[in-house]
Design a binder for this molecule. Structure first.
Ligand SMILES: [Zn+2]
Length: 459
């Protein structure tokens, strides 16, 4: 099938222009003004609409804790459908081995969960929990199978020691990949939780109190020092604080290649969400927690000035029922919330329409930078000739409110419920096929595994 996307506002690597995009098969065949329409080509009128490369979500957790009481609501079918309807054509999810198990076992499990169910394309970051010679020896095989990025944690039970972090960053970097890190000091978090409980603070309000900004700042500082010693490029995932940001900027000033991801929740929510009545705040128990207005403003500045590289959602769809596991004790509330469908609209509305960022920066954050850092550029993440035709047609002329009623996640709430957004994802093309039309999914199950190469660093 061929399509001619006619007269849209095109956001290309070379700039924003008004024109046409010709798709042939799964690729972009031509970009220009007044392109001729070959026989048998369907025309999609894009007048007044934005034509963007499909968005790449760098951070999702679908079908997490499978089979456990705290399993997420979204499996690969509903999670990727929700992503697709929000303009995301590729997600990068976190494969996580069982304790003591091989990386290959996790990769096989994640493939088996996603294959045949996914409605958008997908790749996997690999989580490193254990480190030994057998794991080290698996890294080249991971690269051969299209996995070039890794994740370690400095918090939770799966946290690694400084020595393991060092070994992992060094080994991954030698293969041209990047290691992302959840930067919170796990021991300090555990102490904070204990202290809150000892004071009788058992509600969700105690969650942010147990993990204040210093806990993130310490871990960012330590991780960057480890990365400096290991000599590798690293990524700090879901950065939430001004203090963490300042540490990363200082490391960059010393010449260190540091990449930063933040999430919509750190740009659109603040710690007032923990003042909601009753158990309502449990919806906003995610880690790191929502921060102060000062942090929010600092992150927006960093989004605008280029300090932040990517915005991923950290979609982790625990329902209110699952959240209730921590009704008597906040430390039992599963950490995470949905949002995979909302990212483009939120960033467009509160970034572009609000005058904080331009369209090119929007595309950098949501498409181009993720594609570069995670080994997909320029095949994906670019509205360019020969790139894969993963494309979003966005209609900025509609004003709606975010609602679980119209979203496609299986979760029973949306953290941005009722928030006004400018624009709507009108059409999504996945590999040159129309998967979403007039805001509704029309083809499901088109998602394929994306075999990724090494990172293309720009820092
Ligand atoms: Zn996460």
């Amino acid at each position: 099938m061929s399509f001619l996307l006619k007269n849209g506002t095109l956001v290309t690597p070379g700039g924003v222009l008004t024109g046409d995009v010709l798709l042939r098969g799964e690729r972009i065949a031509a970009i220009g003004s007044h392109l001729p329409c070959p026989l048998g080509t369907e025309v999609l009128d894009c007048t007044g609409k934005l034509v963007l490369p499909g968005c790449i979500d760098t951070h999702t957790h679908f079908e997490m804790n499978k089979g456990l009481p705290n399993e997420t609501a979204d499996d690969w079918a509903s999670g990727t459908l929700s992503a697709l309807c929000g303009g995301t054509t590729t997600v990068l999810d976190f494969a996580e081995p069982e304790r003591g198990a091989s990386l290959q076992s996790a990769l096989d499990t994640w493939h088996s969960r996603a294959e045949g169910h996914a409605s958008c394309n997908y790749g996997f970051h690999m989580t490193i929990k254990d480190w030994n010679e057998a794991i080290r020896a698996e890294l080249p095989a991971m690269a051969k199978q299209g996995v070039s990025s890794y994740k370690i944690y400095l918090a939770y039970q799966l946290r690694v020691s400084d020595a393991v972090a060092y070994e992992a960053v060094k080994a991954v970097s030698a293969l041209g990949g990047v290691t992302g890190c959840h930067c919170e000091n796990g021991e300090l978090v555990e102490l904070g939780v204990k202290e809150q409980k000892a004071r009788g603070n058992l509600g969700p309000r105690a969650h942010p109190a147990a993990r204040p900004p210093a806990v993130e700042a310490e871990a960012v500082c330590r991780y960057l020092a480890i990365a400096e010693r290991a000599g590798g490029a690293v990524n700090v995932v879901h950065l939430s604080t001004k203090r963490g940001l300042e540490l990363a900027r200082a490391a960059r000033d010393r010449g260190q290649p540091v990449y930063l991801e933040t999430c919509p929740q750190y740009l659109l929510l603040d710690d007032s969400v923990y003042d909601l009545p009753g158990f309502e705040s449990a919806k906003y128990v995610f880690s790191p927690p929502a921060r102060s207005r000062e942090d929010v403003e600092a992150l927006w500045e960093a989004v605008a000035d280029g300090s932040i590289d990517t915005v991923g959602t950290d979609h982790c769809s625990f329902t209110t029922e699952v959240k209730a596991l921590g009704r008597e004790d906040f430390s039992g509330i599963p950490n995470g919330m949905p949002g995979v469908e909302d990212r483009l609209r939120l960033l467009y509305t509160y970034g572009v329409a609000a005058g904080r960022i331009g369209l090119e920066r929007l595309v950098e954050l949501l498409s181009a930078n993720p594609a570069r850092l995670f080994g997909m550029w320029p095949l994906r993440g670019a509205l360019a000739v020969d790139s894969i035709a993963d494309i979003v047609i966005y209609d900025p002329n509609i004003t709606e409110r975010i609602s679980t009623k119209t979203n496609h996640s299986a979760c029973d709430y949306d953290p941005y419920e009722g928030m006004e957004v400018r624009g709507r994802v009108d059409t999504v093309l996945l590999g040159g096929e129309v998967a979403v039309s007039e805001g509704k999914p029309v083809r499901t199950g088109l998602g394929r595994f994306v075999h990724r190469g090494g990172a293309q660093f720009w820092r």
